[in-house]
Design a protein around this ligand. Sequence first.
Ligand SMILES: Cc1ncc(COP(=O)(O)O)c(C=O)c1O
Length: 456
Amino acid sequence: MKDLVLDLIENEKKRQSEGLELIPSENYVSRPVLEAMGSVLTNKYSEGYPYFDGINEWDEAKIANEILPNYRYYGGQENVDRIERLAIDRACRLFHADHANVQPHSGAQANNAVYFAWLEPGDTVLGMSLPAGGHLTHGAKVTLSAHIYNFVGYGVTEDGDIDYEDMEQKALSEDVKLILIGYSAFMKIPDFKRVAELRKKAEEKWGHEILLMADMAHVAGLIAGGIHPNPLDFGFDVMTTTTHKTLRGPRGGLIMSKGNVASPLKKPEKSLANIPILIDRAVFPGTQGGPLEHVIAAKAVAFGEALKPEFKTYAENIVKNAKTLAEELAKYGFVLQGGGTENHLVLVNCKASFGFDGKIYEKALDMTGLTLNANALPTDKGGAFRPSGVRLGTPAITTRGFSTTEIKKLAAWMKDVADICKKAGSEEKLNDYAEELTKIRQGVRELSLKFPIPSI
Ligand SMILES: Cc1ncc(COP(=O)(O)O)c(C=O)c1O
C-alpha cells in the first residue's frame, strides 16, 4: 500500500502550485537541485573533509577529474569528495571567499559553528536584537548559544536603519569579541564599510582581535547576483548564510571565510588569519557529525545556477518586484516599516495601517492562498504571539516569473483582505466573510496556475 506520507507530499505539491508563497525566506528550487537532493548520496557517510589547499586556483574540470588527498573517516569517497569540492569551489567564486564550509545542516548550525570557532564561554557578541529584526541565533534567550555567550543587542532607528551610534557606543563600552551584522526582518542595505571601521576602533580600545561576521541568510541570493554589496569585499572575516532563501538552493547552511586555508587536523593558533581552519574544526567534529552529501550536492548544483548570468536578472527582479509591492501597498494605505524596501523584504505595520494585528491578517490571507507570516515590529513589546505586523517578500514569486503587472494584482488582493479583516475584527469572525475570501481564493488559484513551480 502506498505510504500516506507520499499522499501528503502530493497534497503539498498542490498547495504550493495553487497558492502564492510570500514568506521571504522561502523559494522554489530547480528540478536538478531537487534531483540531487533526492539522490543515492543520502546513503553515504563521509565525516571529515575533501580537503586541499589553494582552492581558488582549481578549475572545475580539475576538481571533477582528480582525486586529491582528503581527511575522511570512511572509505568509498571518490564521488562524494569531488562533489563537495565542487560545492566549495563554486561557493568561493560566488562570494569572493578564500574558503567555504558547505557542511552546516542549517543556518542555525552555521552560526553556532562560527561562535564555537572563535569564542570562549562568557565572551561578548554584539548583534542586532531580535525585536529590531535580528535572528533567534543572534542571542535570543531561549537558544543554546545565549546560555554560553553574552549577547548584547543593537537596535534600529525610527526610519528603519541600523542604529550605528548605538552599535558604536556598545562596541566601545563592552569588551566585544565578535560583531555581527545580520537579520531576518530588515529592509535596508547595511553600511559594511562603517562597521569594518568600527571594528578597528574597538580592537584598538580592547587590545585584541574582534571577529567581523555577517549573517546574510536573507540576502545571499542578491549578493550572489551582484546587486547587493558583499560584506567579504569590505573586510568582513566570515559570512554565514542559509542556502534555501534568495540563494534558491536546498535547505541548509554555508560558511564563507577569508584567511589561511589548511588542514583542519592540526589545531591552529586562534587568530583571525586562521579562521577558515578554526571554522572547519568547529563544524566537524565541533558541532556536527556526518555531512548530508545529498544536500551538499544540491548546494553545488544551486551554486552553479547562481554563477550563471540569468541569476543576476532573477536577483534584480526580486528587488524590482519588492519595491513595486511596497509602493502599491503604500498607495492603499499600508504603513511600512522603514518606509519601504531596498531588498526582497517588506514589513507591514498592520496595527498602524488598519488597527488589527498580524495574526488575523496572516490567517485571512492563508484562506485566500496567500502565505506569509505575522512578524513583530521593533516597537512591539514582547508580542511574539500577537505581533503587530506581517513580513512578506518576493523571492518565490519572482522565481515563478512574476513581473510588476502581477505584483499590482497581488497588492490589490492584499488590500481587499485587509478590508475583510477590518470588518471581521477577530479571527473567529473571518468565517462570516467566507464568500468574499473564497472569491479572492479563486483569483489567486487561477493566477498561480499560470505561473507553474519550476520543479513540478
Ligand atoms: C538571518 C538568519 N540566520 C539564520 C537563520 C537560521 O536558518 P535555519 O532555519 O536554516 O537554521 C535564519 C532563518 O530564518 C535567518 O533568517
